[in-house]
Design a binder for this molecule. Structure first.
Ligand code: GDP
Length: 297
């Protein structure tokens, strides 16, 4: 998911580590290349700037340039700065679904991979966490979307709320809550309707649902291939409905990865999961250390 960035940084750091002794100017020149690589990966400008500044302050110090392995020290500083920007403070380790039945609200634009992600996450909660999960589609405009969730549910062995024609999203959400309570489910996941663009009607609907079910988590699903747009969508959704985390999909594609690096710094919200394919198992938790390691090869 970070092939290009990883390759670019790899060549900068290869040169740096082979060079032996380093002056602060050598380090600064290398960091200029890192900055360009970040921008080419579609990392937002202020994030790239702050990142380089933080690294430069540490990496041009005496302790680094006078050390026997200055190149490696710089790589280590970059690694730690990547972990910082990916993780941020106080990242919750897991989804808070300890108070059954907990609602998980899934929001996002149409085509972002929301329904697929809902099912992937339901499967994960069932298989790995032993949770009883109920899924419900609130997409009253698109019967096909409701059927899609039902089909996925059958495929992964997770129950879906029976479809009743003519209900509003809010009515479906309330019925899901009731069914989850009566049926002894741990979690009920609400796959809200997506639109092609963020609009007031969509936001009003999501707000009404949110107020009715008081979700433990509101996860925004965004297409990781859209780079900075993904971050803009997250900012808007957070402003309107309040999100607790982000799932970046299509990170198996040849995206430039910038969304992953900017998301936390810009929105203050953690990336919880990444989608890595169309299959139901292609969902990974997002761990800053591992991702930083992947970026640096
Ligand atoms: P929705 O409109 O947001 O509910 O989007 P869907 O869940 O229907 O997904 C749209 C398309 O994206 C489907 O063909 C999915 O299989 C595909 N998709 C979803 N997540 C991923 C992912 O992580 N990687 C890839 N390659 N495809 C994905």
């Amino acid at each position: 998911m970070f092939e290009n960035l990883s390759e670019r940084l790899g060549s900068v750091f290869d040169r740096l580590t082979k060079q032996g002794a380093l002056t602060p100017d050598d380090v600064r020149a290398a960091l200029r290349e890192v900055r360009v690589a970040l921008l080419e990966a579609d990392v937002s400008l202020p994030v790239a700037r702050d990142f380089i500044k933080a690294v430069e302050e540490k990496a041009t110090g005496q302790a680094v340039t006078k050390s026997v392995t200055p190149g490696q020290q710089v790589v280590k500083i970059v690694h730690d700065a990547l972990v910082d920007v990916l993780k941020g403070e106080g990242e919750p380790e897991a989804l808070k679904i300890d108070n059954p039945p907990s609602a998980l609200l899934m929001v996002g634009l149409q085509g972002s991979g929301k329904t697929t992600t809902t099912a992937k996450l339901a499967k994960r909660l069932k298989d790995r966490n032993g949770k009883r999960v109920l899924m419900a589609s609130l997409d009253t405009n698109r019967p096909a979307a409701m059927e899609q969730l039902q089909i996925l549910g059958l495929q992964i062995g997770v129950d879906t709320l029976p479809i009743v024609k003519g209900e509003t999203a809010l009515q479906i959400a309330k019925r899901a809550k009731q069914q989850a309570t009566l049926g002894g489910y741990d979690v009920y996941m609400l796959d809200t309707a997506g639109r092609l663009h963020i609009d007031e009607v969509l936001m009003d609907e999501v707000q009404a649902v949110r107020d009715a079910v008081a979700p433990r988590e509101t996860l925004l699903v965004v297409d990781g291939l859209t780079g900075q747009d993904a971050v803009n969508v997250a900012t808007e959704f957070d402003g309107k409905v309040g999100i607790t985390g982000v799932v970046l999909t299509r990170m198996d594609g040849d995206g430039r990865g910038g969304a992953a690096l900017s998301m936390r710094a810009v929105t203050g919200k953690p990336i919880r999961f990444v989608g890595l394919g169309e299959k139901m198992d292609a969902l990974e938790t997002f761990e800053a250390e591992r991702v930083a390691g992947r970026i640096l090869g």
